[in-house]
Design a protein. Structure first.
Length: 577
C-alpha cells in the first residue's frame, strides 16, 4: 500500500477510510504505516496551533485597542453631552421630579435625593445645596439595624433644608418603642417649620412626648395625620394640643375621636377633613360637619344610626364643600347622610362599598340637593344596567366617570355587567335622550362594560364632537376577560378623535385563572372532583391616600393588571393625575 503524503488533503483522504470507526484489527505492517501517517499529520497540527496562537494574540491586541478607542471616545463625548451642559436651574427641577409620587423622600440610597448625590461630584454638590430636596422626609422603621444611626441621619437631612417649610412622615412599629422618643426629639427641634406632618406611633408614651408642643411652637403647621386612639383618653388634651395651630386647615384621623381630643380640633378652620379607616355614627358625623363651615374636601365613613337627628342638624348648609369621598356607602347612615346636607356647590363625589357587596347607589345619590353641579363621579359597586342608567341621568353635567369593582371580588362574583358602552352610545338624535352629553373621561376598573364591538361603536360616535355631545378625551378600561377583537387596529381604520387617548388592559392567563377559579371549582364539584383547585393568586392590599380621592386606591388595585393596548392622538393633553 502506497505511503500517503501529509498535506491538507490528508485531513480528508486516507487509505484506511473503510476501517475507520470500526472494530477492525490492522496488521503489523499497516500499524507502521498508520503511525507514519499520524506523525506527519501531528506535525501539521502543531504548525496550525502556532498560527492559531499568533492570530489569537493579534485578536486580543485588536480587542484591547478597540476598548481603548471606545473609552477614549466615550470619555471625550461625555465632556460635550447635553446632560453635562444643562443649567443648574433645569437640573434642580429634574431632581425635584425624581421624588416618589407622594412627594416625601426616604433615607434610602436607592431613592432621590440620596441617589442623586451618588452620580457625580457636580450633581452631589448641587443636590446638597438645594434646600427643597431636603424639605420632606418619610421615616418608616422596619428593623433594628436601621435605628442606630437614624437620629444622626435625620439631623443631617433636615439641616440641609434651610428655612423651608417641612413635610414629615414618621411611622414607628410597636417593637421599636424605644426609638420613638429620640426620633421625636430630633424632629421637634424643627417644629417651628412643620407644614405637613404624619405620625403613626406605637403607644401613648410616644404621643405623650408631644405634650411639649403647643400652637405657638408650630406656626406653619397646615395639615396633621395621626391616630388619636394611640394617646388614649387620659392625657389626650395635653399630648396633642398643638393641633390647634393657627394655620391648621387639614386633619386626618386614623381612629375614632377621643374625648377631650374632639374639643381641641379647630373645626371652623378646616378645609380638609378625613376619617379614612373607621366609621362614626350619623349623628356624630352631622355634628362634626355642622362645625366645619369652611370644609372643601371630606373623606369619611358613616355607620348605621337609627337615632333621631336633632332639629339643629336637619339641614346643614355647606356652601364651600367641593369634594366628598364616601367610604362604605352601603350603611343606613350613608343613605341618610345627604338628606341632611345641603351641598349646593359639590363638584366631585365618590362612593364605594368596602367589601364589594351589592349596593344600589341610587339610594344615596337621589338625596343630593344639586346633582347637576357634579362634574366628577366615582362608583365602586356591583352595578346593574338599570341602576347605572338611572344614576347617570341625575348628572347631566358629568365630565368624568370612574366605575370600580374590587379585584378580589372578581374571584367570588365575576365581573358585574353594567353595559356602560351601550348606555353611553347615543341611539337617538334627540340631545335630551343622551346620557352625560358633556362626558370627557371614562375609567372602568373591573366591571364588565360591554363587548369590544360596543366599545368600537362608542368610540365611533363619541370620539369626535357631534351636535349636543362633547368628544371623549380619555377612555381607560381594565377588562376582566380576554380581548374579542383587535380594537386598536379597528380604531385606526376610522381614526381617533382629536385629543382622544384610549388605554385598554386585559388579564394575563394567570389572572384569567384567578377570575375563573370559583366557576371551575363549581364545575369540578358537580363531576365529583373534589381536589383543591391549584391556581393561587395574591391580591395586593389597597393603600389609601390620606387626602386624595378614593379612586386613586382603585387605580392602585389594578396597576399590575394584564396586557396593555394603547392608542393616542398627538394632541392629547397630559394626564392631570
Amino acid at each position: 500500500m502506497a505511503k500517503v503524503k501529509a498535506s491538507d488533503a490528508c485531513l480528508f483522504e486516507t487509505p484506511y477510510e473503510e476501517i475507520l470507526h470500526t472494530n477492525a484489527v490492522p496488521s503489523d505492517q499497516e500499524c507502521l504505516r498508520i503511525r507514519d501517517l499520524v506523525v506527519a499529520t501531528m506535525k501539521e497540527r502543531d504548525k496550525n496551533a502556532v498560527k492559531i496562537a499568533h492570530l489569537k494574540a493579534e485578536l486580543d491586541k485588536l480587542a484591547q485597542k478597540e476598548e481603548n478607542l471606545t473609552e477614549f471616545i466615550d470619555a471625550h463625548l461625555a465632556l460635550v453631552s447635553p446632560a453635562r451642559r444643562l443649567p443648574h436651574d433645569i437640573l434642580a427641577e429634574i431632581f425635584t421630579w425624581c421624588f416618589p409620587s407622594n412627594g416625601q423622600a426616604r433615607i434610602d440610597p436607592e431613592d432621590a435625593p440620596l441617589l442623586i448625590t451618588h452620580i457625580c461630584r457636580e450633581w452631589r454638590n448641587l443636590a446638597l445645596s438645594l434646600p427643597r430636596l431636603w424639605a420632606s422626609l418619610h421615616i418608616e422603621l422596619s428593623g433594628y439595624h436601621l435605628q442606630a444611626r437614624i437620629d444622626e441621619g435625620v439631623e443631617y437631612w433636615l439641616a440641609r433644608s434651610a428655612d423651608l417649610p417641612l413635610s414629615i412622615s414618621l411611622k414607628i412599629p410597636t417593637h421599636s418603642l424605644r426609638t420613638s422618643v429620640p426620633l421625636l426629639d430630633a424632629l421637634m427641634k424643627y417644629s417651628h417649620r412643620w407644614e405637613h406632618v404624619r405620625f403613626v406611633l406605637p403607644s401613648f408614651e410616644s404621643y405623650r412626648h408631644l405634650r411639649h408642643l403647643s400652637p405657638p411652637n408650630v406656626p406653619m403647621l397646615k395639615t396633621v395625620v395621626m391616630d388619636p386612639a394611640g394617646a388614649g383618653a387620659e392625657g389626650a388634651s395635653t399630648s396633642l394640643s398643638f393641633i390647634r395651630a393657627q394655620n391648621i386647615t387639614g386633619i386626618a384621623l386614623m381612629a375614632p375621636l377621643v374625648h377631650p381630643l374632639d374639643t381641641l380640633i379647630p373645626w371652623h378652620q378646616l378645609s380638609h377633613l378625613s376619617f379614612p379607616t373607621y366609621s362614626i355614627p350619623l349623628g356624630e358625623a352631622l355634628t362634626v360637619l355642622s362645625h366645619c363651615q369652611n370644609l372643601e374636601v371630606w373623606t369619611g365613613q358613616v355607620s348605621d344610626d337609627n337615632a333621631e337627628v336633632s332639629p339643629d342638624l336637619e339641614s346643614i348648609h355647606m356652601p364651600k364643600m367641593l369634594k366628598v369621598f364616601l367610604i362604605d356607602a352601603t350603611t343606613l347612615g350613608s343613605t341618610r347622610l345627604f338628606e341632611h346636607l345641603v351641598l349646593q356647590n359639590l363638584e366631585c363625589l365618590e362612593c364605594m362599598n368596602e367589601e364589594g357587596t351589592d349596593w344600589d347607589p341610587r339610594r344615596v345619590l337621589s338625596s343630593l340637593c344639586a346633582p347637576d353641579k357634579i362634574t366628577s363621579l366615582g362608583l365602586g359597586t356591583h352595578l346593574s344596567k338599570e341602576g347605572l342608567a338611572e344614576s347617570l341621568r341625575l348628572f347631566p353635567m358629568l365630565q368624568k366617570l370612574v366605575l370600580y369593582q374590587p379585584k378580589a371580588s372578581l374571584r367570588h362574583k365575576g365581573a358585574a355587567n353594567c353595559e356602560l358602552f351601550a348606555l353611553l352610545t347615543p341611539s337617538s338624535p334627540d340631545p335630551t335622550a343622551i346620557l352625560c352629553p358633556e362626558l370627557r373621561e371614562i375609567r372602568c376598573l373591573g366591571p364588565n362594560p360591554g363587548s369590544d364591538e360596543q366599545l368600537l361603536d362608542l368610540l365611533r360616535v363619541r370620539g369626535a364632537s357631534t351636535d349636543g355631545v362633547l368628544p371623549l378625551s380619555r377612555v381607560d378600561i381594565v377588562f376582566s376577560r380576554e380581548p374579542q377583537a383587535d380594537i386598536m387596529k379597528e380604531v385606526d381604520v376610522f381614526g381617533v378623535g382629536a385629543g382622544l387617548t384610549a388605554t385598554l388592559r386585559y388579564p394575563t392567563d394567570e389572572q384569567l385563572k384567578f377570575i375563573e377559579t370559583r366557576r371551575l371549582r363549581a364545575v369540578a364539584s358537580k363531576t365529583a372532583r373534589y381536589e383543591r383547585w391549584p391556581v393561587t393568586y395574591e391580591v395586593t392590599p389597597v393603600k389609601r391616600d390620606d387626602w386624595g380621592p378614593i379612586s386613586s386606591a382603585w387605580v392602585t388595585d389594578y396597576e399590575d393588571w394584564g396586557r396593555l393596548d394603547e392608542v393616542s392622538d398627538e394632541e392629547t393633553e397630559p394626564d392631570s393625575e
